[in-house]
Design a protein around this ligand. Structure first.
Ligand SMILES: O=c1ccn([C@H]2C[C@H](O)[C@@H](COP(=O)(O)OP(=O)(O)OP(=O)(O)O)O2)c(=O)[nH]1
Ligand SMILES: [Mg+2]
Length: 146
């Protein structure tokens, strides 16, 4: 598998994230919090991870939920997939929301999301007077039926 170098700095006591299996697409990140954080139903919290990245130009990182947390506890990433821009140098944060009807307690060092590296293609708008015709035309949002 092709590997892309991504610069990283970590806060004290934060471990460098690692892939949990050889074929994993996502690399888990953990909550860098001192004590547990209570998330009430429908509450959201911007969870710090204690890592900062230097993504090479032409790439992005997506912040995605962990399916286990979603399935077992209704905890997901509100803005999924979150986008980490290659020019961002701040701390990576994960915006969790509790979609269950029970309180969820985020534990220090709990793995709360996963990062996926992706390639970015830049749009280069070609301004035109009209666009090519297609069978679909402007039909969308379910116009082909259920
Ligand atoms: O889940 C996320 C999403 C974003 N970010 C950071 C990295 C990203 O590069 C920056 C901006 O994110 P985005 O472009 O999604 O947010 P915005 O609301 O458009 O903010 P900005 O005006 O700063 O671009 O915030 C995170 O740490 N986690
Ligand atoms: Mg933005």
């Amino acid at each position: 598998m092709e590997k892309i170098k991504v610069g990283i700095t970590v806060e004290n006591n934060v471990e460098i994230p690692k892939y949990m299996t050889e074929g994993a697409a996502g690399i888990d990140v953990s909550a860098n919090i001192e004590k547990e954080i209570e998330l009430k139903p429908l509450e959201r919290y911007l969870v710090p991870t204690g890592i900062k990245l230097e993504i090479p130009e032409g790439f992005e990182i997506q912040v995605r939920p962990r399916s286990g947390l979603a399935f077992k506890h209704g905890i997901t990433v509100l803005n999924t997939p979150g986008t980490i821009d290659s020019d961002y140098r701040g701390e990576v944060k994960v915006l969790l929301i509790n979609l269950s009807n029970e309180i969820y307690k985020i534990q220090p060092n709990e793995r709360i999301g996963q990062l996926i590296l992706g390639k970015v293609y830049k749009l280069d708008f070609d301004v035109k007077d009209g666009l090519s015709e297609t069978k679909r035309g402007d039909g969308g949002f379910g116009h082909t039926g259920k």
